[in-house]
Ligand binder design. Structure first.
Ligand SMILES: C[S@@+](CC[C@H](N)C(=O)[O-])C[C@H]1O[C@@H](n2cnc3c(N)ncnc32)[C@H](O)[C@@H]1O
Length: 263
């Protein structure tokens, strides 16, 4: 091959790389402005401020981005699903969130419930197997939120009483390997759903969400029969927000959602 031909090929390759990078930058800028608009819309609708310190407090020193991205995802996901399924919530409701981890999104969830139930106050309880590890950060984050209770314990040991208007199961539905990684005993998904549904008042809502389509879909298969499915959806937060592409943080995309009303 002549030197000229090699130079020509090299030049065209460099040009091609330059063009792909330009397109990627353009795509990122576009996605970023959609992300900013999304953040602003959610802030206005739910009276939250993502710049507030509560969206950066985290008990794992390694990733301070999690509370912010997790709150934004939770708020957008709930907003989207409630709009699509037309759910209305009663005033002064009581809610349970199963498997909260560090409850990164507690402020977002609380604000969402207040706005959607048109209430000044709501009662929000969260239970986490390893809650004792996160007590300090949750306390700081939930400071000022009335009637928020964070419990350490096994959800399977809670009394099954139909006392909540809405029960959330945000990503505790997973395959046995994930439970092993968490260090939580694995229980069959149908048992999980049955208990969760047992805690919902008649006419109340069960909101479940599984990471990844396969896990989520298998969770859906075992959804309890005593509920009427209102809505199922695949949800993924695709926008670049504050320079972060959520898809980079594995757990913040690929959500399989199911919403049911108890008979
Ligand atoms: C993947 S994390 C999800 C955390 C949070 N809900 C979210 O969406 O970011 C699932 C959490 O559920 C907790 N969990 C699973 N089974 C539980 C049980 N039976 N009782 C209490 N917590 C449980 C795990 O310890 C883990 O922290």
């Amino acid at each position: 091959m002549s030197v000229d031909l090699i130079a020509q090929k090299l030049f065209s390759k460099i040009k091609h790389i330059g063009e792909s990078r330009r397109l990627a930058r353009e795509e990122e800028t576009k996605s970023k402005s959609i992300g900013e608009a999304l953040e602003k819309r959610l802030e206005d609708a739910y009276g939250v401020s993502f710049s507030s310190e509560v969206y950066s407090l985290c008990s794992y020193s390694s990733n301070a981005l999690i509370p912010y991205v997790s709150s934004l995802l939770m708020l957008d996901m709930l907003d989207t699903c409630f709009n699509k399924s037309g759910i209305e919530l009663p005033q002064n409701l009581s809610a349970l969130d199963i498997g909260t981890d560090d409850w990164h999104y507690v402020n977002a969830l609380y604000s969402f419930l207040k706005v959607r139930s048109k209430s000044e106050e709501v009662r929000l309880e969260g239970i986490e197997f390893f809650g004792y590890k996160h007590e300090e950060s949750v306390k700081k984050r939930a400071n000022g939120l009335k009637n928020v209770v964070y419990m350490t314990g096994d959800f399977f040991e809670m009394d099954v009483e139909p006392s909540y208007d809405i029960v959330f199961a945000m990503h505790p539905l997973a395959i046995p390997e994930a439970y092993e990684k968490w260090g939580v005993p694995f229980r069959q998904l149908n048992e999980f759903w049955e208990r969760a549904m047992g805690m919902v008042k008649p006419g109340g809502i069960l909101f479940g969400c599984g990471y990844l389509w396969n896990e989520g879909a298998s969770a859906l298969n075992s959804f309890p029969k005593e509920g009427r499915i209102l809505h199922t959806q695949y949800y993924s937060l695709a926008q670049v927000i504050r320079g972060i592409a959520p898809a980079r943080l594995k757990s913040f995309h690929d959500n399989a959602i199911m919403v049911a009303r108890k008979f």
